[in-house]
Design a protein around this ligand. Structure first.
Ligand code: ZN
Length: 417
């Protein structure tokens, strides 16, 4: 979401930034029981922005650099027993105007390239069966989800091509409203042409995703888009990286009514680890500094422009990290509260993990500095009285159930034609 923030800075002038990666106070001890649960689970995370790093920085997922502030590496994934990662294929909508599809393909390629470089430790995965096979072979299952319907350029053929390349979910909108789905990110902006949710074409996209077997992701969408998607879909939906609005009043978090609707639909809400969505104090501090931060980034970009140089997004990310690090990180309990709330409102079968790793400028709770820290979540859930079985559901079982059901609905729809 750093990148999400970048967009907001460009569009509205918002927040963010470094040093947030410094080890924090909470040194959580992982018990033998928590270790056993973690090791016996297929852990699935449904959102990491690492492909931006692959493409923009030439980052190698095999990196063991101790100074790297990134959340995801093969080494870190191994230490956290992360079984499957849905790599986010996110196309920044301002700077990629006119070539959304090209950039989508470039990002997809970057994931394949990483898997090709590390065949002994990582494999591309396109189905539940693939994820289970990767788990048996002790490899990271690399899945892909497109973040933002603008990637299909209003073209159903492109949607099908993305499916053929292995994309298994698509977020109907990112922070920008596209031509067929309203976003929560600009719903209050009168300059943006809105559609009152999903257009007729948008509804066709949802049904085609059902037919293909691509999960419908409702993170980021405007409330009306959510309700239209729920009314249209023939398969369970996911929120790949969303938290609870009852706890933190971010427009992109989900209301209790939405959580109950996802439960009724059989879907799953994967909790976002970003402090700005999980901790109200953090969110307020972020809003308070957004003007200054936006100005700092704007100045950086203006300076480059004056020199005739292209914007360096690695540098923008560094500036964002510096700003984020000015705000104290909340304790891990802030994140656990969201898991707990969703488990109570929607049920324990409808909650999971959607970290937003490598997309939040380092602004994760204390103790969560990378995928290696995932066992701390297991420990925290144990401490709150969750059973081993329920924890395994939260860690990945629920998502796999939904994915399997999406595959089944797809087969059924295809057989009917
Ligand atoms: Zn996002």
């Amino acid at each position: 979401m750093t990148r999400n923030l970048l967009f907001l800075i460009l569009a509205v002038s918002v927040v963010c930034a470094q040093n947030a990666q410094k080890p924090s106070s909470s040194d959580i001890q992982i018990s033998a029981r928590a270790k056993r649960i973690q090791e016996s689970a297929i852990v699935v995370d449904t959102h990491a922005d690492t492909p931006q790093r692959f493409l923009d920085e030439g980052y190698d997922i095999g990196s063991t650099d101790p100074n790297d502030v990134g959340h995801i590496s093969l080494d870190k994934a191994k230490r956290g027993n992360l079984g499957a990662e849905f790599f986010s294929i996110w196309v920044e909508p301002e700077t990629n105007q006119g070539h959304f599809a090209q950039h989508t393909f470039d990002l997809i390629d970057s994931v394949y390239q990483q898997a090709a470089h590390h065949p002994d430790r990582m494999m591309m995965a396109f189905s539940v069966a693939d994820i289970e096979r990767a788990h048996r072979e002790h490899k990271l299952a690399a899945c892909m989800g497109i973040e933002g319907g603008h990637s299909i350029e209003n073209d159903m053929h492109l949607l099908r091509d993305y499916y053929r390349l292995g994309v298994r979910y698509m977020t109907l909108s990112w922070s920008n409203t596209n031509e067929w789905a309203d976003s929560s990110g600009d719903i209050d902006d009168p300059k943006v042409q809105h559609h009152n949710g999903l257009t007729d074409f948008g509804k066709q996209v949802v049904v085609e995703m059902n037919r293909l077997g691509m999960m419908v992701d409702i993170s980021h969408v405007a409330d009306k888009t959510f309700w239209d998607a729920i009314a249209t879909t023939k398969a369970p939906v996911i929120a790949s990286h969303s938290s609870a609005r009852a706890l933190v009043d971010a427009p992109r978090n989900m209301t209790d009514d939405m959580l109950r609707a996802v439960a009724k639909n059989g879907g799953v809400v994967q909790v976002n680890f970003f402090n700005g969505f999980d901790d109200e104090n953090f969110r307020k501090a972020m809003l308070a500094q957004q003007k200054d931060q936006g100005a700092a980034i704007q100045k950086y970009m203006d300076d480059l422009k004056a020199q005739g140089k292209p914007v360096n997004y690695v540098e923008v990310d560094r500036i964002e990290r510096e700003w984020m690090a000015k705000i104290p990180r909340p304790p891990l309990s802030a994140l656990i509260d969201h898991i707990d709330h969703i488990a109570k409102v929607a049920g324990v079968d409808h909650v999971g993990l959607g970290s937003d790793f490598d997309g939040v400028s380092g602004a994760t709770p204390q103790g969560i500095d990378s995928a290696a820290d995932l066992p701390k979540i297991t420990q925290a859930l144990l401490d709150r009285g969750y059973s081993a079985e329920d924890i395994r559901k939260i860690l990945g079982g629920n998502l796999l159930r939904v994915f399997r059901e999406v595959e089944r609905v797809s087969r059924e729809m295809q057989a009917a034609h």
